[in-house]
Design a protein around this ligand. Sequence first.
Ligand SMILES: Cc1cc2nc3c(=O)[nH]c(=O)nc-3n(C[C@H](O)[C@H](O)[C@H](O)COP(=O)(O)OP(=O)(O)OC[C@H]3O[C@@H](n4cnc5c(N)ncnc54)[C@H](O)[C@@H]3O)c2cc1C
Length: 399
Amino acid sequence: MSSTQQLLVAGGGIGGLAAALAVARAGWEVRVLERAAAFNQVGAGIQLGPNVTRILCAWGLERELVAVAAFPDRLQVRSALTGDELGVLPLGRRAFDRYGAPYATLHRADLHRLLCTAAVRQGGVQLRLDRTLASFHDDGRAVTLTTDAGQQIEGDALLGADGVWSRARQQLVGDGPPRVTGHLAYRAMLRQSALPEALRTTQVTAWLGPRLHVVQYPVRRGEWMNVVAIVHGPPPAGAENWDHGANAADLLRATGAVCAPLRELLAAAPAASVNPHAWRLWALADRAPVRAAGQMARGRVALLGDAAHPMPPYLAQGAGMAIEDAAELARALAMDTVEVPTRLARYAQARWQRVARVQARAIRNGRIFHATGLARVGRDTSIRLLGERVLDVPWLYGG
Ligand SMILES: Cc1cc2nc3c(=O)[nH]c(=O)nc-3n(C[C@H](O)[C@H](O)[C@H](O)COP(=O)(O)OP(=O)(O)OC[C@H]3O[C@@H](n4cnc5c(N)ncnc54)[C@H](O)[C@@H]3O)c2cc1C
């Protein structure tokens, strides 16, 4: 079979770009069609476990990763109510020794740029902005994508990497819109040098409280800090346009009676923010875990990342799973002795149980992180007693 088969990718987010890079490395031509008129990754952070950085390093991106990431030395879990330390998971050297790859924290724009640059440098990848997938037609011989503007583009396979509100999924699986979870994420990006010394950090800190949690970590080699506070509340109007300006006073009201160090961090955010509007607000949406390979690929069309398996961010693995998907997709598409639909079916078969397990764990973590009453006391006690044993996730980080 020809080595110049063409993959169409709908969506140029982290998942779409990772797929473009991986599949181009496997010898395919790739056309990425992105709805936005400009690549404009929101000012938020992203944690990547060793299961993900291992893949980036295998793609030859270690130097680029080191140039933009931070490598926190530990994850500390604290009570949002009292400020007490509940447990610690060593990261840094320990994560590297245990899993053969680092635990990294990045600005999303840095990760996006790194993947975009690598995809263009790889060759065989075309990126087209301002192109929105409207629908597709798979006639068994090829797949034709139609854009909102009526343009038709034919390829050997189509990848729906168009995020949690995926149109590709609607046509392929047809299982309705995602669930709006009732959890709201407030995110801020702070300049560490603009914060009082006591509020700066080189580690990941997760503050667990009743009906809320807050995570903070360094990005950009430690120069900036990402803060995300997740609380319960009704979604703002237009949940699909999931990035809204947020009011700092609303956040302080929503977090309620948290301990002084956490309150000081949240209150200091506006003055140290790298953006004019310190807090951005997301309404979180997810789906139940994938139940079968057929939910991830049919015929010449496959799904990847949030389009395939959206999950709440309570295991910090949504983008990580998209990058793992990309690596597996490239392996499957490289099997050029079998038909394309069979390759995509193998991709889905190889991925669905792992992503379902990660989705289920992320949903479970949400219940634990936000536990109230006796469940919260039980949670705090078990983290205190078991520490690393409940905080480490070997089946996930081991790959
Ligand atoms: C608060 C929060 C914290 C998170 N923290 C982490 C973390 O620490 N680690 C981690 O691994 N993950 C994290 N995630 C999850 C992660 O952000 C997502 O899983 C990841 O961005 C999914 O990438 P994607 O490319 O699949 O989708 P997206 O990033 O949503 O990209 C989809 C792209 O498709 C485009 N698009 C949409 N519709 C169309 C269309 N019809 N045609 C063409 N293009 C289209 C969009 O414009 C977008 O560029 C977090 C998420 C949240 C909300």
